[in-house]
Design a protein around this ligand. Structure first.
Ligand SMILES: [Zn+2]
Length: 466
């Protein structure tokens, strides 16, 4: 075994141990900070060894084997990111925030509610006062994390400055191969292309709800307009629907090492890889409705992607692409043939759903872009008021933009597959395409090049009003 393989196997083991701690923490609603800190210490010891840095810098100059060279390049980035994200103080700050988020219980009409119930009210309650109260119910959480949040941003910035970057955000974008301007340009174009659908949403909200449009009015209106009736997506048919879908793709759900567990987690769903290629868990907290089917298929997309990814931990795909692979599976639920075959929706319900997709898309893009731009600003100006926008993560900074990119990745991929294979639903060639072109190479090639060479389109520049 080469020193690099040995290092990768240590990292893999550490990561799996960290996953187990998270998994237990989610299931029992109590994250074991001590165990987590012990694993973080090990991680630091592995990656922050000064000899390792020298070795990587040295071998990068002479290494001629393309795979090893790529791994060394990625390892160099991992070390830099570890210096920051595993900085003891920052690591603790971020986990304290996460703990507060996970244990916070919003109060609505004098009673404690879960995040899921809160979301239901925001989407479905016709009483505007109730929606406003649900919207305001997270304010106490914001106040309780404000100090640590600002501190974590300032600390991340000062660590990034040591690496030669102006802010932490600059460093993260640079490591991911973006520039801030490129993303802001992309987002401006997306806003332009989705403007007609957006204006339609605004008009409908104005005509049906109020002229004083608030975020909780838009959430409600989008749900009402674009979501199929909840009862067409019953909770007790959720798993069955995934299994039936896999079977038409010639995938056998019983032999895949993916276990789905229902439990009371603060998110709709999450995918945890406990053992690479051998044990993947999907934790779900489902209710009735299309949303939860979407979440399950999304999380399953993560699971399948991880099962076919390379053994090498350094060659694991980056955030935007991983989210794209999840959205490719969730995208099946937007296909007419899937809706016809796998749900009890009537033809007119299917029609209504498909014709309002652009509104859902316009809203989803704007919502995410707004959060991202806000977060970006916050790294430039940490003392700004951040109460206006709350639901982004301090533990996964700037991650939210990946949900815009993932949607674009899904769109260029579907366009390509439709042209090449015709029908997507139930076509085993589609799965083979994904495995061979997207999953198996991992990060051997940057994901943008991987998509370009497989589909001849760049998801960041191929924009149309799909
Ligand atoms: Zn995801």
């Amino acid at each position: 075994m080469s020193w690099l393989e040995e290092l990768e196997s240590k990292l893999r083991q550490n990561e799996e141990e960290q996953s187990l701690i998270y998994y237990e923490g989610l299931k029992h609603r109590k994250l074991d900070s001590e165990q987590l800190e012990a694993k973080a210490t090990e991680w630091r010891e592995i990656l922050l060894d000064p000899d390792l840095w020298d070795r990587v810098e040295g071998e990068l100059k002479s290494e001629t084997h393309p795979v090893t060279h790529r791994k060394l390049e990625l390892l160099r980035k991992w070390i830099i990111m570890t210096r920051i994200n595993y900085n003891k103080e920052l690591f603790e700050l971020r986990h304290n925030i996460e703990k507060k988020v996970n244990t916070f219980r919003p109060i609505f009409k004098g009673k404690e509610l879960g995040y899921a119930e809160l979301r239901e009210i925001l989407r479905k309650d016709p009483d505007r006062n109730n929606r406003r109260e649900a919207h305001m119910a997270v304010k106490p959480l914001l106040e309780s994390i404000r100090g640590e949040a600002v501190e974590s941003i300032k600390l991340a910035n000062s660590l990034a400055r040591k690496e030669g970057f102006t802010t932490y955000a600059d460093l993260v974008l640079h490591m991911e191969g973006f520039t801030e301007n490129e993303l802001l340009d992309l987002f401006a174009k997306l806003k332009h292309y989705t403007n007609p659908a957006w204006q339609q949403l605004i008009e409908l909200t104005r005509d049906n709800i109020t002229t004083d449009i608030q975020p909780y009015d838009l959430t409600y209106m989008v749900y009402k307009l674009t979501h199929p009736p909840d009862h067409r997506f019953p909770r007790d048919k959720l798993l069955d629907s995934l299994k039936r879908t896999l079977k038409v793709f010639d995938l056998d759900p019983d032999t895949l090492p993916v276990k789905i567990e229902f439990c009371d987690i603060p998110y709709g769903g999450v995918c945890v890889v406990l053992k690479h290629h051998q044990d993947v868990r999907l934790l779900m907290n489902p209710r009735e409705g299309y949303t939860y089917y979407g979440i399950l298929f999304h999380e399953f997309g993560h699971a399948l992607h991880s099962l076919y990814s390379p053994d090498s931990i350094l060659l694991r795909d980056e955030g935007p692409f991983s989210e794209g692979m999840a959205d490719v599976w969730a995208g099946l639920l937007e296909e007419r043939s899937w809706l016809d075959k796998f749900t009890e929706m009537t033809p007119s319900e299917v029609e209504q759903f498909l014709t309002t997709r652009p509104i859902d898309r316009a809203y989803a893009f704007r919502f995410t872009i707004r959060h991202f731009v806000f977060e970006l600003q916050l790294y430039k100006n940490p003392d700004a008021k951040f109460e206006a926008i709350w639901d982004f993560s301090f533990t996964y900074p700037l991650y939210i933009k990946n949900y815009v990119l993932s949607r674009l990745i899904k769109e260029v991929t579907y366009k390509f597959m439709r042209e090449k294979y015709g029908e997507i639903v139930g076509n085993p060639y589609v799965v083979r395409f994904l495995i061979e072109n997207y999953y198996q190479p991992g990060n051997l090639i940057h994901w943008r090049d991987k998509i370009k060479s497989s589909t001849r389109s760049d998801p960041l520049t191929t924009l149309g009003d799909t």
